[in-house]
Design a protein around this ligand. Structure first.
Ligand code: KIV
Length: 275
C-alpha cells in the first residue's frame, strides 16, 4: 500500500533544479500536458513529474487549427487550475505566441505573470539562437526556463506547415545550434519536437541539460505527450503518438447510455431521487 500522502507529495516536489541530476543518473523524465484541475490531480497522483500547460490548449481545448490565437490571459487561467491540482509535479506555463517575441521586457513581464498569477514554477518558450538573450533575461528574473527547438508550432507559417525539422546537414546544424544556445542561455531543459531520432540522440549526448522529446525518438532524457493524444480524446493524432487509452469512446458510450435512459424515463430511478 502506498504511504504517499498529499503533504508528503508536496515535500517531494519536483524542481527545475533537480532535473539535471536525473539526467546524470540516467533516470527518464515524464511530462504530460494538462489544462485543468481534475487532470492535473490525476496525473500528479500517477507520479507524472512535469505538467506543461501547453499552448496546445489552442488546438485541443479551443478547437483552433494552430496555437497562434492563444493569449496570455488564457494560459494564466489554465495554469492556475493546473497549479491547484499539482502537489508534486513541476508546473510549467507555456508562453503563447506574441508574449515574448516583441521585446525582452515584454517577455520578462509575461513570464512573471505566469508565475505570479498562474502559479507556474517555470515557463517554456519556443526558439533557439534567436531567443537566447530572451531566455537569459527571464532566467535573470529568477524564473526557470524550458526551451523548445526543432518543430516549433508557433513558427508554422515560416516552416510551411507542421513539418519534421533537422533533416539534411543545414537542418541538423540548426537544431544542434539552437539546443546549445538554449542551454548556454541558462535553460534548465529543452523540448526537442519533430526531429529524427538519431539527431535527438546526438543532441541529448551533447547537452548537460535534459532533453524532453515529442516525436524525437527514445534517446531523449524524457518524453512529453499532449494528454488528449495519450488518452484518445482526439479524432486524429500524429504517427509518433501512442494512444494509451480510448477515453473518447468511453465518454461517447456514457453520453449515449445517459441519453437513452433519459428518453425512456429510466433515469433518474428511485435510487437516484430524494424521498
Ligand atoms: O504546447 C504544447 O503542448 C507543447 C508540447 C507539445 C511540448 O509545446
Amino acid at each position: 500500500m502506498s504511504t504517499v500522502t498529499a503533504s508528503s507529495r508536496k515535500e517531494h516536489r519536483i524542481t527545475a533544479r533537480s532535473l539535471a541530476a536525473r539526467k546524470r543518473r540516467g533516470e527518464p523524465i515524464t511530462m504530460l500536458t494538462a489544462y485543468d484541475f481534475t487532470f492535473a490531480r490525476i496525473f500528479d497522483q500517477a507520479e507524472i513529474e512535469l505538467l506543461l500547460v501547453g499552448d496546445s490548449l489552442g488546438n485541443v481545448v479551443q478547437g483552433a487549427d494552430t496555437t497562434l490565437p492563444v493569449t496570455m490571459d488564457e494560459v494564466i487561467y489554465h495554469t492556475r487550475m493546473v497549479a491547484r491540482g499539482a502537489q508534486r509535479a513541476l508546473v510549467i506555463g507555456d508562453m503563447p505566441f506574441g508574449s515574448y517575441q516583441i521585446s525582452e521586457e515584454d517577455a520578462v513581464k509575461n513570464a512573471i505573470r505566469l508565475v505570479k498569477e498562474g502559479g507556474a514554477a517555470a515557463v517554456k518558450l519556443e526558439g533557439g539562437t534567436k531567443m537566447a538573450s530572451t531566455i537569459e533575461r527571464i532566467v535573470c528574473a529568477e524564473i526557470p526556463v524550458m526551451g523548445h527547438v526543432g518543430l516549433t508550432p508557433q513558427a508554422v507559417h515560416r516552416m510551411g506547415g507542421f513539418r519534421v525539422q533537422g533533416r539534411g546537414e543545414a537542418g541538423r546544424t540548426q537544431v544542434r545550434d539552437d539546443a546549445l544556445a538554449v542551454q548556454e542561455a541558462g535553460a534548465f531543459a529543452v523540448v526537442l519536437e519533430g526531429i529524427p531520432a538519431e539527431l535527438a540522440k546526438e543532441v541529448t549526448a551533447e547537452l548537460a541539460i535534459p532533453t524532453i522529446g515529442i516525436g524525437a525518438g527514445v534517446h531523449c532524457d524524457g518524453q512529453v505527450l499532449v494528454m488528449h493524444d495519450l488518452l484518445g480524446l482526439n479524432d486524429w493524432a500524429p504517427s509518433f503518438v501512442k494512444q494509451y487509452a480510448n477515453i473518447g469512446a468511453e465518454v461517447s458510450k456514457a453520453a449515449r447510455a445517459y441519453a437513452d435512459e433519459v428518453k425512456h424515463r429510466k433515469f433518474p430511478d428511485e435510487q437516484h431521487s430524494y424521498k
